[in-house]
Design a protein around this ligand. Structure first.
Ligand SMILES: Cc1cc2nc3c(=O)[nH]c(=O)nc-3n(C[C@H](O)[C@H](O)[C@H](O)COP(=O)(O)OP(=O)(O)OC[C@H]3O[C@@H](n4cnc5c(N)ncnc54)[C@H](O)[C@@H]3O)c2cc1C
Length: 423
């Protein structure tokens, strides 16, 4: 007999406290829904805090909850979040909204009656237990809750199933204050004071074996603090993000790469001679895993055309198609031809409604989309907007008892507009 952590049923139960899950929880709880947010790790933020990932990329229309979150976690506007500030600020926002937070709690299964989820099974130090809910949101990034609920999913590129590479992000400190070097992407050419081109140095070091074979660019982002940079460079390809053995192997390899990259910077870049590692991600950065099959699938063609939908819940989203090469080094996808950029695009509610589960929604990088479409909507500002929309929809589903397919999405849109979202 399963023990429930709380005899009361929640209106909205959200699995995963990353950017999407946090936005969903804030929206639902602030609108009066009894909201539970379940997170397997010991703090909230997901890739944003534990993954050491920044800056917040992408854009959406004005007025979303992401603006408030960004202000709370980025002491210096436009650069990477401060991860320590974020851990505290995000927890405070959730607490003030009345979200009931279950940390150190892994969602391990569901209890279903037909196509309706009644409860999620959870596992913590106390053993197995459960949380009942009316509506559930899968914001686990990997689509874990939907997979446990038996939903269909896709993974990787259409041609061979390969996903984008995995990365351990880290920060360094101790850079000479006179050295202002940044490198945001592989088209970002910078000539150092001694006349050498930074990207050339990276490419040569990759060829010579000084850098790992898959690392031909060491991206350096501003943290907003003097003498510090965030480093987005380690890379392991052909890792199945759903296979614990592969993920552990990648983690071991990438920790070695962190040291190798630091040595490379110390040796080759003026002003980096005395750098130290300031911190690193507590968990492997997974760019791409399950995309849960929904009632519709977002695709690159519609994004390039800037298609709008009667059930648009995220409006004017924008970020380039950013497929880090699944098969080798570099950011540009090797074999497949990836269109460079979408127009400003919308995300329909139906792409967040997994087939086969009436009271389950997805938000964040696990929604229904193609491999190329995902490479754009996976960034954090867009994930937060999806989370807010899922949180809003969940309230009305919980109140009315209707499933996602029968929900009048106009009510959700009106709700978001009243909240200030310029849909
Ligand atoms: C290396 C790397 C660099 C990136 N760079 C950028 C960047 O510069 N800017 C940008 O905007 N985006 C970037 N991204 C993308 C972005 O970080 C993610 O796509 C985004 O964080 C996804 O948000 P999410 O809320 O969907 O999922 P996540 O942030 O992955 O959060 C999911 C949460 O669910 C929890 N969870 C998972 N399974 C369970 C379970 N069974 N039970 C309980 N909890 C569970 C996880 O612990 C996690 O906290 C990068 C990604 C990577 C990997």
């Amino acid at each position: 007999m399963m023990k429930y952590t709380n005899a009361n049923e929640y209106d909205v139960v959200i699995a995963g406290a990353g950017p999407a899950g946090i936005a969903a929880a804030l929206e639902a709880a602030r609108s009066g829904a009894k909201t539970a947010l379940i997170e397997r790790y010991g703090c909230v933020g997901g890739a944003l805090t534990l993954g050491f990932i920044g800056p917040l990329l992408g854009s959406v229309c004005e007025g979303t909850i992401g603006e408030e979150i960004e202000e709370a976690i980025c002491p210096v506007k436009g650069v990477c979040p401060d991860f320590e500030v974020a851990k505290t600020a995000l927890t405070r926002l959730l607490d003030e909204a009345g979200v009931e937070l279950f940390l150190q709690t892994l969602v391990t299964g569901v209890i279903k009656e037909g196509s309706v989820i009644k409860a999620v099974k959870i596992n913590g130090n106390y053993g197995e237990s459960g949380i009942r809910g009316k509506v559930f949101i899968d914001a686990t990034g990997d689509g874990n809750l939907s997979a446990l609920a038996g939903c269909q999913w896709k993974i990787g590129r259409e041609s061979d199933g390969l996903v984008q590479p995995v990365t351990i992000m880290f920060t360094i400190e101790g850079i000479d204050p006179g050295q202002s070097l940044l490198c945001l992407h592989e088209e970002h050419h910078t000539v150092l004071a001694d006349g050498r081109e930074y990207l050339d140095i990276c490419h040569k070091a990759c060829r010579s074996g000084e850098l790992p074979p898959n690392v031909n660019i060491v991206r350096l982002y501003s943290t907003g603090y003097p003498g510090e940079r965030m480093v987005n460079a380690t890379q392991e390809n052909r890792i199945d993000p759903l296979d614990p053995e592969a993920v552990s192997r990648a983690e071991k390899e990438l920790r070695k790469q962190v040291d190798q990259i630091v040595s490379f910077l110390r040796k080759n870049i003026p002003g980096f001679d005395n750098i130290r590692i300031r911190g690193s991600a507590s968990t492997l950065g997974i760019r791409e895993s399950r995309r849960i099959t929904g009632r519709s699938e977002l695709n690159e063609k519609d994004m390039i055309e800037g298609k709008t939908y009667p059930d648009t819940v995220v409006h004017d989203a924008f970020f380039c198609f950013d497929v880090h090469n699944p098969a080798g080094p570099g950011q540009a996808e090797g074999e497949e031809k990836v269109p460079s950029s979408p127009k400003r695009y919308d995300i329909p509610f139906s792409a967040m409604c997994p087939l086969g589960s009436d009271n389950l929604l997805t938000a964040g990088r696990c929604i229904s989309g193609t491999h190329t479409a995902h490479s754009s909507y996976r960034v954090m500002r867009i994930c937060m907007a999806m989370g807010q929309a899922a949180g809003a929809a969940a309230i009305y589903m919980a109140q009315s008892g209707v499933g996602s397919a029968d929900l009048d999405v106009n009510i959700v849109r009106e709700h978001l507009i009243k909240r200030g979202v310029k849909l």
